[in-house]
Ligand binder design. Structure first.
Ligand code: 5GP
Length: 194
């Protein structure tokens, strides 16, 4: 008989990522991060804390100045307070970034790069530049498509990126976005019956 090994996402996250802290990218990442926290809870260990950041994408036409190139830009709508313990909290930790979907990857590229940069600054200021902070990523869905954003080879090769499901280039309606959950469920049922 073939020996079967059942590996869960939780095992992989706990054993490989070993997160001390989660950063949820709002609003889509809040619900998955909160659910994940319950699944990652080990008896006798405290809950993994969740901090929130908010990013928003906009299309830049490149007309604002001579220098700006056309393309997708990201702005911070919510960020960790650089001067308080919020950012210092990340130094030397394994930080799991959580979002609901990796579409063009613009958001994730920005989040990883900016967090790495800000943690490095905070570590330097605190005289803790020697401590390495590791970032990993969990998304519910990754869309298999040409990406605009890039994540480092290191992160992808070392398996620090985990997508629960890979889908085509479709638009996903999550239940937590629905204002009429019965209607949402009906649509899902109809789709499943097709
Ligand atoms: P990005 O293109 O930067 O990977 O994704 C930007 C954001 O767009 C995501 O964090 C998510 O909030 C939103 N988004 C992209 N694709 C979908 C989708 O299929 N469904 C939903 N609900 N949001 C999406």
């Amino acid at each position: 008989m073939v020996e079967k090994v059942y590996v869960t996402y939780t095992d992989q996250i706990l054993n490989d990522f070993k997160p001390n802290l989660m950063i949820a990218i709002g609003g889509g990442g809040y619900v998955p991060a909160r659910i994940l926290r319950s699944f990652l809870k080990k008896p006798g260990s405290p809950n993994i804390p969740i901090q929130a950041i908010g990013l928003s994408l906009y299309e830049s036409l490149g007309t604002d100045s001579q220098v700006e190139q056309p393309g997708t830009k990201v702005t911070r709508t919510q960020w960790l307070d650089l001067s308080s313990l919020e950012m210092a909290n990340l130094i030397g930790k394994n930080v799991l970034i959580v979002d609901e979907v990796d579409d063009t990857r613009t958001t994730l590229e920005y989040a990883v790069k900016e967090l790495e940069k800000d943690v490095a600054t905070a570590a330097k200021q605190a005289g803790r530049a020697g401590e390495s902070t590791n970032f990993s990523i969990f998304v519910l869905h990754n869309k298999d498509k040409q990406k605009k954003g890039r994540l480092s080879e290191d992160m992808m090769k070392s398996g620090m990126y985990l997508a629960a499901v890979t889908v085509g280039d479709v638009w996903i309606n999550y239940p937590w976005e629905a204002t009429d959950i019965e209607e949402h469920d009906k649509m899902a049922e109809n789709q499943a019956a097709q």
